[in-house]
Design a protein around this ligand. Structure first.
Ligand code: SF4
Length: 134
């Protein structure tokens, strides 16, 4: 169980250094909050880096992966991923809901195994097939 108030990822609110992950170049960005509330971004080779930094400050999100319990299957845990990136401040509740799931075999890779996880509006997708135990 993960504490709901546990901060898994640092939320940015002031000047910060970050690495743009939009393309493999990985520009090292410096973002500075100006008095008018706008963000000044330097170090980017293209404007996608600015959009990335703005999103990191405004609404940081991460893809979530993990495993769920599966009954009557050839293995006991099913690898899953979120259908889209999850807001970082809701990741603890998302993970807790994910770990409480008890699925039943068979499961096909790509199946939606849970919808609207923890009220996030985001689903969980199976990333492996599990057959029923013989
Ligand atoms: S700023 Fe542009 S060039 Fe640099 S890593 Fe981001 S997307 Fe790639």
């Amino acid at each position: 169980m993960i504490a709901e108030n546990q901060r898994l990822i640092r939320v940015r609110d002031t000047d910060d250094e970050l690495t743009c992950i939009v393309c493999p170049i990985g520009c090292r960005l410096h973002a500075e909050r100006l008095d008018d509330g706008s963000l000044k971004v330097t170090g980017n080779r293209c404007k996608r880096g600015v959009a990335y930094a703005e999103e990191e400050f405004r609404d940081p999100r991460r893809p979530v992966t993990g495993t769920c319990a599966v009954a009557d299957g050839e293995v006991f845990r099913l690898p899953v991923k979120s259908s889209e990136p999850v807001a970082v401040d809701t990741i603890p509740s998302f993970l807790n809901a994910m770990y409480e799931l008890e699925l039943a075999a068979p499961v096909e890779c790509g199946d939606v195994v849970a919808t609207d996880v923890a009220g996030s509006g985001i689903d969980l997708i199976a990333t492996m097939s599990i057959r029923e135990e013989e």
